[in-house]
Design a protein. Structure first.
Length: 427
């Protein structure tokens, strides 16, 4: 670590920094967000950001004036489900049309449109999530202590536990349903899990379990599958590249012109569905944060958000180790992949060394960005403020050293496999 000292070029205040991170001024916010992402300038994108900002700030204001958040079906939710059902009805109509053409035109020209409509209906069918095939999947018999902890957190959240846990290399965690029976899946990204304290891990599990009780229709079975169908539609109507066999380009031009209207219609339906589910999605995040605070404590939930803020630092550390292994070529990378011990400890130590002034810069940068990155989630600074409303919550589930040791042992095989995957395949 190299400490740097310089005057702020904007206000003249003394700036002390760490040579590993961005130099910025806490007095005037000079250079607080040098890599601020470019915002989409279209009218639609601006309207979405403005709507997201209004919803997020309104929900926070409701809490600040003594209101309470709870999952509920409002008019927007009902309309979103109605739109989703219309989308699924279109898929049913295509499939029925294909069957009709096949039956009426068997052996004749009706076979061609019938087969086409059936293929289209099949590609647009509601797609249920499946268990991944290339990631470690844990069942209850594989990790009884981890499942027991998840069950305990789920009871506090007011729901049941999960049926499977997937461990991957993402700096994230998530939950979803999979299969026809709607079984529950928890995905734990080891680069995030390994840098958290035991109490922060409980808050993380609380946040994820909270998603099962927070009324987020966007990721529900009906609306979520409709989203995926609409995205498939939009993909089909994307402009096509010029065919090398089409010398004049006339055929490509005609085809793209025919695609304009249906593409705009599909995009319009996606926009409507976005608007109808936006408030529920933001409310769901606030509610999940409240569950995180209730299970792991307010302090642990706030610390968890700080870790999510420095996720880029975790990615930099992992890429550095991958590049170090790659210096010796494919053989060196394979050898590094065989020596995975210490990767997670190194990652935890690197993130623990991120100074407070860098964390504060990221908080301020997040406040400046607002909804420009992701309109479906409230900005971190609003979620942070939401958790600070009212009295701090004590932990309902307290970390236990013996249980943590047993959980670490249960994850040992997955830890080695994911570390080997990162060092071998890159990050």
């Amino acid at each position: 670590m190299t400490e740097t000292v310089q005057p702020c070029p904007q206000c003249g205040a003394e700036i002390r920094g760490d040579g590993r991170f961005t130099t910025w001024c806490a007095a005037c916010d000079w250079n607080v967000d040098p890599e601020r992402p470019e915002e989409k300038q279209g009218r639609l994108a601006k309207a979405q950001r403005a709507q997201a900002r209004r919803h997020g700030e309104r929900l926070l204001a409701e809490l600040g004036t003594g209101g309470t958040l709870h999952a509920r079906w409002d008019s927007s939710t009902v309309l979103a489900v109605a739109v989703a059902l219309v989308v699924h009805a279109m898929t049913v109509a295509l499939t029925a049309g294909g069957i009709w053409f096949l039956v009426r035109g068997w052996g004749g020209m009706g076979m061609i449109p019938g087969a086409f409509l059936l293929a289209l209906g099949w590609s647009l069918r509601p797609r249920l999530h499946r268990l991944p095939e290339d990631e470690p999947v844990l069942r209850r018999a594989d990790a009884p202590e981890l499942f027991a902890l998840t069950d305990e957190v789920a009871r506090v959240a007011g729901t049941r536990g999960v049926d499977a846990i997937v461990v991957d290399a993402e700096i994230n965690a998530s939950v979803r349903s999979y299969g026809i029976r709607g079984r529950r899946l928890l995905t734990l990204g080891l680069p995030l899990w390994e840098v958290l304290t035991p109490q922060q891990r409980i808050a993380l599990l609380g946040h994820e379990m909270g998603h099962y009780v927070n009324g987020d229709t966007r990721h529900g079975l009906v609306v979520g599958t409709a989203y995926r169908s609409l995205i498939t539609w939009h993909y089909y109507f994307e402009p096509v590249d010029r065919d090398p066999l089409d010398d004049t380009g006339a055929l490509t031009l005609i085809l793209n012109l025919l695609y304009v209207v249906p593409r705009l219609l599909v995009r319009g339906v996606l926009t409507v569905l976005d608007g109808l589910t936006l408030r529920a999605s933001q409310r769901a995040e606030y509610l999940a944060d409240r569950v995180a605070a209730r299970t792991g404590s307010t302090r642990a939930a706030l610390e968890l958000m700080d870790h999510l803020l420095i996720a880029d630092s975790a990615a930099v550390t992992l890429r550095r180790e991958v590049n170090r292994a790659a210096l010796n070529g494919p053989r060196g990378r394979r050898q590094a992949a065989d020596r995975t011990d210490g990767l997670w400890e190194l990652l935890a130590a690197d993130l623990a060394s991120v100074p407070e002034h860098e964390r504060e810069r990221l908080r301020r940068a997040g406040a400046l960005r607002g909804h420009s990155v992701d309109a479906t989630h409230p900005p971190t600074h609003l979620r942070h403020a939401c958790l600070l409303i009212g009295e701090a919550a004590p932990p309902a589930v307290v970390a236990d050293d013996d249980r943590e040791r047993r959980i670490t042992e249960e994850l040992s095989t997955a830890r080695t496999k994911v570390a080997r995957q990162i060092l071998r395949d890159g990050y």
